[in-house]
Ligand binder design. Structure first.
Ligand code: NAD
Length: 391
């Protein structure tokens, strides 16, 4: 089977779905790889690096879609809501598609993808199990976002992070507060610590406490307990508005006491909860920085504007989106390894086996033969269960 890699088309996207180093593994598993010319150049992987590893370079996007049995992308239509729609006309029945598809986004968009007849796999739906860990692209990207968020804060804050004892006196360390200690939050804690900041963090999942502490962060306890804070997949759950109101009240002091606040609190398929109000921002010292990693999902700060940097009462609120694309070399490398682990897991004699009895296949398979077939997605959008595929 031929795996095709089109150039990413989302504006500003610099990642690429496969990097040269994984081609040997894919070839060994019986695949051939074709790459649209220039697909890797913005991530630091020129065409020649691919051809040296045995991949073929094709001049145009349509040709890649035409020849490929399996199309792999970072942002497929669905997560690419700006230019992704143009790919629909290039997809065909029976072709495989794999990438970020935003499976809990818009049911109309998913239906359009299904109608092309492609067999699509959404990497966001990868189960959070030990077996699937090497295929977990969501974790890979979240790790990089957490890292990059701290660097953004560090260059924006009018202070340095570490404590310094100098002839000119002592500089006290920057205080960083991380709200949401999932994959991105934990990486933010580790990165801020490495830069010398004093770090504290909060998550509504009690299990996060130990992880925060193991990274040298102080866990901020709030006198409020979430109901069923964690679902079976390990994700935080949606709470009612009175819970969020109480959280805001209790978080106000911690927010005001810190120079940098990094927020990552999201719930799959839901708008992010507002945990920092405009009033809470007012209480922060001038020059403070908020990096809102939930910006794309509505933001954890009331003042966040997705994709923008806002200044309010001397506080900078950064709502940058698609941060992993800002470190495209390693983001592509990690993503390519995740995809390769997934594709080689599904491959038998160079062909993809779609065995719906396999948990990884069942959970990630989104559309097939014209239908949205994923049971979790169908349930989320209240579509009637499908007799065959939802078993
Ligand atoms: P996420 O990106 O969905 O959410 C980020 C964090 O925000 C979560 O920790 C969540 O609890 C928190 N959050 C949500 N609402 C909140 C609120 N109102 N107040 C405070 N915090 C709130 O999460 P994620 O980073 O994808 O990780 C989710 C879980 O999955 C974690 O437990 C993580 O350790 C686990 N995980 C397991 C594996 C694996 O076993 N292979 C891989 C990746 C992640």
């Amino acid at each position: 089977m031929i795996i095709g890699v089109p150039k990413e088309s989302y504006p500003g996207e610099r990642r690429v779905a496969l990097v040269p180093v994984v081609i040997a593994n894919l070839t060994k598993a019986g695949f051939e790889v074709i790459i649209e010319t220039g697909a890797g150049s913005e991530a630091g992987y020129p065409d020649t690096h691919y051809t040296e590893k045995g991949a073929k370079i094709l001049p145009g996007r349509a040709e890649v879609f035409r020849q490929a049995d399996i199309v792999v992308q970072v942002l497929c239509y669905g997560s690419n809501d700006v230019t992704g729609k143009a790919d629909l006309a290039l997809m065909r029945r029976g072709q495989f598609l794999c990438g970020f598809l935003r499976p809990l986004g818009s049911v109309e968009v998913l239906q359009q993808i299904a109608t092309t007849g492609v067999t699509s796999f959404a990497v966001e739906l990868m189960p959070r199990t030990t077996r699937a860990q090497s295929m977990d692209a969501l974790s890979s990207m979240a790790t990089l976002c957490g890292y990059k968020a701290v660097l953004l804060a560090a260059v924006t804050l009018p202070k340095i992070f570490p404590m310094l004892t100098t002839a000119a006196g002592t500089i006290t360390p920057t205080r960083v507060f991380v709200i949401g200690a999932g994959v991105a939050g934990l990486q933010a804690i580790a990165t801020a610590r490495r830069l010398g900041a004093v770090v504290s963090a909060y998550d509504m999942r009690p299990a996060a406490k130990e992880q925060v502490q193991s990274l040298g962060g102080r866990f901020v306890e709030l006198s409020i307990e979430a109901k069923d804070a964690q679902d079976a997949r390990g994700y935080g759950t949606a709470q009612d508005e009175s819970f969020y109101a109480r959280q805001r009240e209790l978080l106000a002091r911690a927010v005001a006491e810190n120079d940098v606040v990094i927020t990552t609190a999201v719930v799959p398929g839901k708008k992010a909860p507002v945990l920092i109000t405009a009033d809470m921002v007012k209480q922060m010292a001038p020059g403070s920085v908020i990096v809102d990693l939930a910006a794309e999902r509505g933001g954890n700060c009331e003042l966040t504007r997705a994709g923008e940097v806002v200044n309010a009462d001397g506080v900078t609120i950064m709502g940058r989106i698609n941060l992993a694309s800002q470190v495209p070399y390693h983001a592509s490398q990690m993503y390519a390894r995740n995809l390769t682990a997934f594709l080689t897991y599904l491959a038998k004699d160079g062909k993809l086996q779609v065995n719906a009895n396999d948990e990884i296949v069942r959970e990630t398979l989104l559309t097939s033969a014209g239908e949205i077939v994923n049971a979790r997605v169908r349930e989320f959008f209240r579509l009637p269960a499908l007799a065959v595929t939802s078993q």
